[in-house]
Design a protein around this ligand. Structure first.
Ligand SMILES: [Zn+2]
Length: 102
């Protein structure tokens, strides 16, 4: 079970519990052997926030100039959790919207 912080709902912080399936390869010579289900649409490997929450928090910073402390309070988590989750995304420039100057 993986605990993930998701976007706030009706003003309340939200948590998603993801019951990840673990697979075992039946081929004895398989170099992988055992592996755990991954889905980047839900969350990146070892993420603490859902992909949706990362996107939401990034937009809050970029468009609303939200503070990390304020987002942490809304998400019901710590400053460090929010920052380590979105800092890698914020360092990548946002995609240009149609019609914006080049
Ligand atoms: Zn295999």
């Amino acid at each position: 079970m993986v605990r993930l912080v998701d976007i706030p709902c009706f003003g309340a912080s939200t948590v998603v519990w993801w019951r990840k399936r673990t697979w075992t390869c039946s081929e004895p010579s398989c170099p992988v052997g055992v592996f755990t289900e991954q889905d980047g649409q839900v969350a990146k490997p070892r993420a603490m926030l859902t992909t949706r929450a990362c996107r939401w928090a990034t937009e809050q910073v970029r468009r609303e100039h939200a503070s990390i402390a304020g987002l942490a309070r809304q998400l019901g988590t710590t400053w460090r959790t929010v920052w380590t989750s979105i800092e890698p995304i914020l360092t990548v420039p946002p995609p240009m919207s149609p019609g914006s100057p080049a």
